[in-house]
Design a protein around this ligand. Structure first.
Ligand code: 13P
Length: 263
């Protein structure tokens, strides 16, 4: 599958950081950092995942100023509408031109009891509304010790893809839980090994064509100093970046990985 070219995707998951005013400042700063560096917009797709309360503001800004960033949400409801206090429908996200939604982040699995079944139902909800799910999978430190790196993420992805159409547009993010926010990223070799197995899951659960087209991201302590190593791997097609996506210059350097490291 090494010959298939997939447009790299660099995604910034802001988590619960930045109100809508701070969001404007960061998006503008990031855009100007890339402009100053004469960044080639066509070389990599950039997607931002602000909190729900920032989405309308960021959408208006990127629309008005023609900023080439895609917009995504960090979660959505399994339901489309109704008496579900506090939930946000995929229909509303689609109206905001959200192209992506993160589903099954380990923080939601851990703090909000999201099971593999809930994750699967959210994947279906996103696809119903024409939004590309960014399906997060990853093993904890205990899983790693007991089962190795791939077993848990592979199982999570198999479940998440149950009943999904063969030609569905999806993104997969491999985020080892032990690497998130720890400063201790996986090695490129480790990421490649699991991402390759996740691609095999897309092939067997959906189709060979979907597997060839699907971007598989690595996430967990990604920085400008380690991004290039991951993107050199044949089955790693981008990154899901947490902390480093909150700093405009650092995130711009990650987006420009092709330049500063000669991938
Ligand atoms: P960090 O980049 O802060 O480790 O977070 C990764 C992550 O969870 C992105 O979704």
């Amino acid at each position: 599958m090494g010959t298939v070219s997939r447009l790299p995707l660099i995604a910034g998951n802001w988590k619960m950081n930045l109100d809508h005013l701070q969001a404007v400042a960061l998006v503008q700063k990031l855009y100007w950092a890339l402009k100053d560096a004469k960044h080639d917009e066509a070389s990599v797709e950039v997607a931002l995942f602000p909190p729900f309360t920032d989405l309308r503001t960021v959408q208006t800004l990127i629309d008005a100023d023609k900023i080439p960033f895609a917009l995504g949400a960090q979660d959505l409801s399994t339901h489309d509408s109704g008496a579900y206090t506090g939930e946000v429908s995929g229909a509303f996200l689609a109206k905001l031109e959200a192209q992506y939604v993160i589903i099954g982040h380990s923080e939601r699995r851990e703090y909000h009891n999201e099971t593999d079944e809930v994750v699967r139902d959210k994947v279906h909800a996103a696809l119903r509304h024409g939004i590309t799910p960014v399906i997060c999978v990853g093993e904890t430190a205990e899983d790693l010790e007991e089962h190795g790196a791939a077993a848990v993420p592979v199982g999570q992805l198999e479940k998440a893809l149950e009943g999904v159409a063969k030609d569905a547009d999806i993104v997969v993010a491999y985020e080892p839980v032990w690497a998130i926010g720890s400063g201790q990223a996986a090695t490129p070799d480790q990421a490649q090994d699991v991402c390759q197995k996740l691609r095999d899951v897309v092939a067997s659960s959906l189709s060979e064509e979907a597997a060839a087209a699907t971007r598989i991201l690595y996430g967990g302590s990604v920085k400008s100093s380690n991004i290039a190593g991951f993107l050199r791997e044949p089955d790693v097609d981008g990154a899901l970046v947490g902390g480093a996506s909150l700093q405009a210059d650092e995130f711009a350097a990650i987006i420009r990985f092709q330049k500063h490291v000669g991938v």
